[in-house]
Design a protein around this ligand. Structure first.
Ligand code: FPP
Ligand code: MG
Length: 282
């Protein structure tokens, strides 16, 4: 049994319904704000750490559903920079949960590679404890060649921080003459950000805020809010979200075509990111 992709989560009837929904347009990138873990814990009279671990289990079920639906990219909001303000007990509990899950990912790397899951942790990794940062970097490096499903985990992340980091990278590019000031436009900034635009954004637990998540990327995204608490999210909740997308989506935008100089800049940035990850591991 794999920790990150729960293969037992789909019945024959559910597979049939997945096939029916797949007759329409399926989003190629879904983002989730996985909210409601502590309310779930309260409702079931268990510790909030149990709510978060049930939240992780729901993520592994959701990944299997997305693989069955043929969705190639999933982004989840797992820990906001704001979440560092929660009690030490809760922050440490969430860091321990991440340590445990990334450790397991490394132990089960053959299974992850078989599923073809590529992991990307997006956010300000310098704020993480050294050992967790090393685990996360290793997981990204070891799965970088997988191409069936890209899982972006926004961790130590806020959108405004992501945009700020991208702006300072562009300024640095101008300063060291990789770019000119005239190169700065929306396309360049979009390609400098860590995360790409989702087709559909789902937030659970009845909250209808964006909480500083992917603010730049969601200008054309279909939004779906549901009252269900994240640990209680089901395949039916996901299919309802996709049907909502099918009713409201507009034509997909064409891929961004950058000039050679701008592409050289973003490619170099990507190389630098990988080099930094290698450094974090050692
Ligand atoms: C929001 O619910 C959830 C979080 C802050 C944490 C989400 C984390 C997971 C689902 C586990 C992911 C772990 C890894 C390693 C990817 P909340 O705490 O805001 O609950 P509430 O809204 O009911 O108070
Ligand atoms: Mg919440």
């Amino acid at each position: 049994m794999s920790t990150w992709v729960n293969e037992n989560s789909v019945t024959f009837f559910q597979l049939f319904c997945i096939k029916v929904v797949k007759c329409g347009r399926v989003p190629q990138h879904i983002a989730f704000i996985m909210d409601g873990n502590r309310r779930y814990a309260k409702k079931h009279r268990v510790q909030s750490s149990k709510g978060h671990s049930e939240g992780f289990n729901k993520l592994s079920e959701t990944l299997k559903w997305c693989l069955d639906l043929g969705i190639p990219e999933v982004t989840v909001y797992a820990f906001s920079i704001e979440n560092f303000k929660r009690t030490d007990e809760e922050v440490n509990g969430l860091m321990d949960l991440a340590r445990d899950k990334f450790q397991r990912l490394l132990e089960e790397i053959d299974q992850i590679n078989e599923w073809g899951v590529r992991l990307h942790v997006a956010g300000r990794l310098t704020l993480l404890p050294d050992d967790l940062r090393a685990l996360v970097a290793k997981a990204m490096l070891l799965t970088r060649h997988n191409n069936k499903l890209r899982l972006n985990i926004a961790y130590s992340y806020t959108a405004r921080d992501e945009i700020t980091r991208a702006a300072s990278q562009v300024i640095e590019g101008v300063r060291n003459k990789e770019l000119t000031a005239d190169d700065i436009d929306e396309d360049l900034l979009s390609e400098t950000l860590e995360l790409s635009p989702p087709d559909l954004l789902v937030r659970t637990s009845g909250e209808v805020r964006l909480s500083d998540f992917m603010l730049w990327q969601i200008s054309d995204t279909v939004l779906y809010f549901t009252d269900v608490l994240w640990p209680e999210f089901t395949i039916w909740s996901l299919l309802a979200a996709i049907i909502h997308f099918q009713r409201h989506a507009t034509e997909p935008k064409p891929d961004i075509d950058l000039s050679d100089r701008k592409r050289t800049f973003t490619d170099r940035l990507e190389d630098k990111r990988w080099q930094l990850l290698e450094k974090y591991v050692t």
